[in-house]
Write a protein that binds this ligand. Structure first.
Ligand code: GLN
Length: 529
């Protein structure tokens, strides 16, 4: 209990600090900040319990549990591409977010149906197990409708050339992390202390609050995220059904498919590759055939930035797996005479963001006013360099402590600090860039692809984590060898990025950005659909 109260006490001033920084932003940002905060509260709250629920309630073996966990976390980032396309073409982002929020409330509350704990040697009750998979499927579908689209609405609050954009996304990112910080602590605490259903139920209630905030605050969005083709939505298409009803029907069918698929990690791996290939091919097709030259170049720049995401999250996401295990086994975790459990360090990243986010948001605005703000590709380069330095600092600290000795805990604080500052240079900046570089008819698609790339990053992360677990020769610390390798790789890629940044920046053609409807699209493409 003390721990969750401490986490809450740490979070609240950070929240006030972020809200204070938002006073120069459009009011709609407050709505999106709180709606996404609650969504992430439920997502990370439920995720904090998931692996334990699988292994301690359903008594799945470790490897099967990891398989389901991996399939779930990958599917969650594949579906936003479809959610993005549906929002672009028919629904509009606002309606897509509302649908997603309803599915999420259902999914999280469904998780609270837990049945009796499985007795050793027995198999789980089939009905309860299938309700559980269905709940996961509803959450995956909900995130698919919501996650990319809510970020897109943030972008729509600003004209393309507005200097507050990166700062606004950084504050929005603080909302994301407030949610994950508080959600993991509170749902984790309730679930592990009083019973799973209380933790999952809290996640459901959190999401319900998110839905209420979003619906209640819609007028403040001032039309951002409304469908560009409402008449298409109502048009009858098939068997007397309108597009809207066909989308609902499709959602139902896809939920069933996801329900079946979330049990099969291998199938999800194939789906990820197929989704990646189809999405990239479709984006290039659309860019070449429907866009003017500058708009097309911007999409190429966006795709370049998206590709960096794969590397970034593949390394960053060691946090939950190999770095967590390293902290558990090879770090002296005694702080003020008390041994701190390894999992507690998982909160560091979100905790740092809550305080550093508003500072960085202010820094971007401060530099922009003086014409000194780094360009988006430069920020990406800086982000990836810091990610690499984080690993190198840990390797250096471990080596300085000497073979066979535990690594001092300060190096864990340092690696998470560098990874967080790196994340802040890349992730919110990337969200901002996606909304700016895309044409309105493709913005959901591009944002969905951004998350798809982070899904791919998570997939690669698991492979890297497995490499750290390999046996080393002569007692060699394999994890440090892997960390040193990926650390240098990231520094090299980051430096390379800064070197090519003028070219990427040129492709962004910021001087011809326009907010006019249909800007950048060839006339013919606009009259289709
Ligand atoms: N932690 C961030 C979020 O949940 C970033 C996720 C990602 O891009 N993979 O929104």
């Amino acid at each position: 209990m003390q721990f969750v109260l401490a986490i809450t006490a740490v979070a609240l001033p950070g929240m006030l600090f972020a809200l204070f920084q938002m006073r120069h932003q459009p009011k709609g940002l407050y709505i999106l900040f709180f709606a996404e905060m609650w969504e992430r509260f439920s997502y990370y709250g439920m995720r904090a319990l998931l692996i334990f629920y699988l292994t301690k309630h359903f008594l799945f073996g470790e490897s099967q549990a990891y398989g389901i966990y991996g399939a779930y976390t990958t599917l969650v980032y594949i579906l936003p591409v479809i959610g993005g396309v549906l929002a672009d073409r028919y629904l509009g982002q606002r309606r897509a977010v509302a649908i997603g929020a309803v599915l999420l409330v259902l999914g999280h509350l469904g998780m609270a149906i837990e049945g009796e704990p499985v007795a050793p040697g027995q198999s789980p009750n089939e009905i309860i197990l299938n309700v559980f998979y269905l709940s996961l499927a509803l959450i995956i579908m909900g995130v698919g409708f919501l996650k990319a689209n809510i970020s897109t609405i943030v972008g729509e609050l600003y004209p393309k050339t507005d200097k507050r954009r990166d700062g606004a996304f950084t504050l929005f990112y603080v909302g994301i992390n407030l949610g994950s910080f508080l959600g993991a602590a509170w749902a984790g605490f309730l679930g592990e202390t009083y019973g799973w259903k209380y933790g999952f139920g809290l996640a459901g209630v959190g999401m319900l609050l998110g839905l209420i905030v979003f619906v209640w605050g819609t007028p403040w969005l001032k039309g951002a995220g409304e469908s560009r083709n409402p008449e298409l939505l109502a048009r009858k298409r098939f068997a007397g059904l309108s597009t809207q009803w066909l989308i609902y029907l499709g959602t139902f069918v896809t939920t069933i498919l996801v329900w079946l698929m979330v049990r099969d990690q291998e199938a999800v791996g194939y789906l990820l590759s197929a989704a990646g290939l189809v999405t990239v091919a479709y984006i290039y097709y659309r860019s070449v055939f429907t866009l003017e030259r500058h708009a097309r170049d911007r999409i190429i720049a966006a795709m370049f930035l998206i590709s960096i995401q794969v590397l970034f999250w593949a390394l960053f996401e060691q946090a939950g797996s190999s770095l967590n295990v390293y902290t558990d086994q090879q770090v002296d975790r005694t702080i003020f005479g008390q041994e701190v459990p390894a999992s507690v360090f998982q909160s560091l990243n979100a905790g740092y963001i809550i305080y550093l986010g508003p500072l960085l948001a202010a820094l971007w605005v401060f530099l922009a006013k003086r014409g000194l703000e780094p360009t988006a590709p430069q920020k990406f380069g800086l982000g990836v360099i810091q990610l690499g330095l984080g690993f190198l600092v840990l390797v250096w600290g471990a080596n300085a402590a000497g073979q066979g000795n535990l690594t001092p805990v300060i190096f864990i604080f340092l690696i998470y600090l560098l990874h967080t500052t790196g994340e802040l240079c890349l992730s919110p900046v990337g969200l901002s860039a996606m909304t700016r570089l895309s044409v309105p008819s493709m913005v959901g698609l591009i944002m969905g692809t951004w998350f798809l790339a982070s899904g791919a990053g998570n997939f690669v992360a698991a492979m890297i984590a497995q490499a750290t677990a390999a046996e080393g020769a002569d007692g060699e610390n394999v994890v440090l060898t892997v960390y040193s390798y990926v650390g240098w790789l990231a520094v090299a890629v980051g430096v390379g990025l800064i070197l090519v940044s003028p070219l990427i920046n040129y492709l962004m053609h910021l001087n011809t950005l326009s907010d006019e409807a249909g800007a950048g699209e060839k006339k013919k493409a606009l009259t289709e659909a």
